[in-house]
Each structure stands twice: as C-alpha cells, then as structure tokens.
Design a protein around this ligand. Structure first.
Ligand SMILES: O=C(O)CCC(=O)C(=O)O
Ligand SMILES: [Fe+2]
Length: 349
C-alpha cells in the first residue's frame, strides 16, 4: 500500500484548506447521521463522594440501572474542580493550535511510515478504501509511569505535561472508586476490578480534535464503536455536543455536563460481567464548529487474561464470552474498528 506523508492526511489541515471533504471521508447515505438525535434520558449525574455515604441507596440504584441499560453515567468529583477541567481543555486546545510542524514532532508514524499506537495523527489504515473519521488525535500511555514515552509528550504549551500528569493521577482515583462501586453492585469482593487493574494496569490518554466541517452531516467524527477498556473517563467539550450512544437501534445525544466526566464501561467490563453491564456503542457526529475531547482508557496489564467471572455465570445466564488476552483484545479492537466492525463480536461464544 502506498504510504502517504502523515502531514497530508491530517484532518485539521484538510479543514483549513476548505472545500468538500475528500471521498474517503464521505459516509454512505444510510450511515449518515440524520436529523436531531434526542437526548439520552436517565443517565444519572453521580457525585462520587455521595456514593460511599450511608444514605446512598437511591444513588446506588440509579447507578445500577444506568450500567445495565446505558453502560454510562456522568461523574462529579471534588478532586476535579471546574477550573482544573478547564485547564485540561485549554492545554488540549493549545496543543492542536500549534503549527503542523510542531505537532508532527510527536507523530504516530515511524520514519519509514509504519503506524505507531502512540503519538499524534490518525487511525491505522488497514485497507485503502477504509472510511476515515473526521478527527485527529494525540494518544499517549500515561500509566504505569515507568512506561511513558516522554519524547511523545508535547513540551508546548509549557504546562501540558504537568497538567496531563495531574489529570492522570486524579482520573485514576476516580476510576478506582468507580470500580469499587461497580464490584459492590455485583456483590463481588469490593476490590475485584481495581485489583484486576492493579499497579501494572495501563491508562492511555487520547486527545481528540474534530475540526468543524462544511459538510458536517456527510462525515463522521468517530465511527460507531465500543471501547476496549474496563472503564473509560471522558472529558467532553464544554460547549459543543457530538457524542451519541446507541440504544435499542436508536442514537441518543449525550448532554454536556461541563463540570462532570462521563464514565463509560468498556468491552473488558462487559466480558468480565458476562454481559450484565454494558459496553455502550457510541459515535461522534461532526459540527460546523470544532470540538475537543480528552479521554482516559483503563485496562489490566497487557499480559493478563480476562473472562466472565465465575459468580456471574449461571444456568440462566451461561457464559457469553471467551477468555481473551488483554493485549490481543486491544490490538484486535484497533483493526476491527478501522474496518467498521466490533471486536466484542469476535469474543462471543
Ligand atoms: O469525543 C468523544 O466525545 C468520544 C471519543 C471516544 O469515544 C473515544 O475516543 O473512544
Ligand atoms: Fe470511545
């Protein structure tokens, strides 16, 4: 396959040039987001500190129902002040506003043009006719800290690294608390999921930039997918909506709650809970104006295996998923995603 220079593929550069998006971005008529998707109702905004108080029964019930139906909820935490979340959004925006040359110092391609998971650029291209998403991203491993590839961490804006580090630490605390709450809902030992993640589990940060598009209804910001993670935390754009979730064959818009993070479960959680909790299929639609999001994905160590938890497999609910190796599962997700397929379908028994 001919290897294009990465700078020619950046969506931000295409958007700057204006005009029609190239054919490789144009969705088939039947896959285009049409009309206005109704808001996803019944997604609770959960104050994490309240979740562990003695009078939390009502919140716990709301959370349980949200995880069984939507697989997501909004989370407020004292550790993430509104001003700190704004700082995270702001360093993300400043990074994408750097010149192309500055950003390409961190490109997700080797000098031979091979795709790298980490760094700045676009998705892996598996087939030449692959439909492309209208976004650029910066993808970085943030935990375990000793595995960070700091040469790919932007040094501009100057606070980028320290803010990302702080966001990593605070997000991890929230993710761990969510995993404890989740285990309790299923009457598992409370550290069951947080132990799976352990000290050597991985966290990846993904900064998404969706340029505004003149033909915003003909392209897609991010194709329908579910995340490979155990759990994902998402800081959405403060003003511009775009994230949608699929339920019963219909797309619903996730309303923006400026000071909250959206927590969504990923495929590894659906596998471990034998399908009791959902890994929601979601997509991002494009707008006339730009949109930025910052996402944290949590997974156990690459070498671990996961499978449905024994206690959650019963006669009425037989085992739905095979045992999978974390590393192989995540790699398969990148490839299936590029082809518009779902990795979870391949893990089904
Ligand atoms: O930009 C968003 O709101 C969602 C991004 C997303 O789903 C992802 O990065 O996996
Ligand atoms: Fe996602």
């Amino acid at each position: 396959m001919a290897k294009e220079a990465i700078g020619e593929k950046l969506v931000q550069e295409l958007a700057k040039r204006g005009g029609e998006p190239p054919a490789r971005f144009l969705q088939k008529e039947e896959n285009r987001p049409t009309g206005v998707s109704p808001p996803a109702l019944g997604i609770p905004v959960v104050d994490l500190s309240r979740l562990f108080e003695p009078d939390s029964a009502e919140v716990v019930l709301q959370l349980d129902s949200a995880l069984r139906t939507w697989g997501l909820f909004q989370v407020l935490s004292d550790d993430m002040s509104a001003s700190f979340l704004d700082e995270v959004r702001s360093v993300a925006q400043e990074f994408f506003y750097l010149t192309k040359e500055e950003k390409l110092k961190y490109k997700n391609q080797t000098n031979d043009g091979e795709f790298k998971l980490e760094g700045y650029g676009n998705d892996i291209v598996v087939t030449e006719d692959q439909l492309r998403d209208w976004n650029d991203r910066l993808y970085l491993l943030v935990q375990p800290e000793n595995k960070r590839n700091l040469e790919l961490w932007p040094d501009s804006p100057s606070s980028f690294r320290s803010i990302l580090h702080e966001f990593t630490i605070k997000s991890r605390k929230i993710a761990s608390n969510i995993l404890v709450a989740t285990a309790k809902l299923l009457e598992l030992e409370e550290n069951y999921f947080s132990d799976q993640l352990g000290e050597d589990g991985s966290a990846y940060a993904r900064f998404n930039y969706y340029p505004g598009c003149s033909k915003y209804d003909a392209v897609i910001g991010m194709k329908p997918h579910s995340d490979a993670s155990v759990v994902t935390l998402l800081l959405t754009d403060k003003d511009v909506e775009g994230l949608q979730v699929l339920k019963d064959g219909e797309w619903f818009t996730i309303p923006t709650v400026p000071n909250a993070l959206l927590a969504n479960l990923g495929d590894q959680m659906e596998i471990m809970t034998n399908g009791i909790f959902k890994s929601p299929v979601h997509r991002v639609v494009t707008n006339p104006q730009e949109r930025i999001s910052v996402v944290m994905f949590y997974s156990p160590n690459d070498e671990k295996y996961i499978e449905p938890i024994n206690n959650l497999v019963t006669e009425e609910r037989p085992k739905l998923y095979k045992k999978v190796m974390v590393k192989e599962y995540i790699e398969s997700l990148f490839e299936t995603f590029a082809q518009g397929k779902r990795a979870l379908d391949f893990a089904k028994i």
